[in-house]
Design a protein around this ligand. Structure first.
Ligand SMILES: [Zn+2]
Ligand SMILES: [Zn+2]
Length: 136
């Protein structure tokens, strides 16, 4: 995945969120950015690519999260991280997935490497929501 694809995928997810619930305070205005701590965490654990609650309203992403992940994995991980924001700091990994699934009405799946991903159908569902948001 290239940088502009990460930008586009992230925008689709946050615009879909704005369409689903325009007044959601936890997700409104969320951005992503590269974070050196994320790179350290990724070196320690190779399926660690992103984290939240480091900076308010920011999904921190490692370098490998920006260049090694497929769009499917990037979208799955971003939805999972937004699930953490919805579920709160103390929520478990399962609760984060449940919160994301309930909000976006997608299924957070795990591949052979235990990395989250979305199916193309779920990605298209988010694109449709984002398009509805742009048309408003
Ligand atoms: Zn960070
Ligand atoms: Zn998590």
């Amino acid at each position: 995945m290239r940088g502009h694809e990460a930008d586009a995928n992230f925008d689709i997810i946050t615009d879909a969120a704005a369409r689903i619930d325009p007044k959601n305070r936890k997700l409104t205005g969320v951005i992503y950015q590269w974070c050196h701590l994320c790179d350290e965490e990724h070196r320690a654990s190779d399926r660690q690519f992103m984290h939240v609650f480091h900076h308010p309203k920011v999904v921190c992403v490692s370098s490998s999260g920006l260049c090694r992940l497929s769009s499917h994995q990037f979208c799955g991980l971003v939805c999972h991280e937004l699930g953490h924001m919805l579920a709160g700091k103390r929520a478990s990994e399962e609760r984060a997935d449940q919160a994301a699934e309930a909000f976006f009405r997608v299924k957070i799946r795990y591949d052979k490497k235990r990395i989250q991903y979305l199916t193309i159908e779920d990605m298209l569902r988010l694109v449709k929501l984002a398009e509805q948001y742009w048309d408003q």
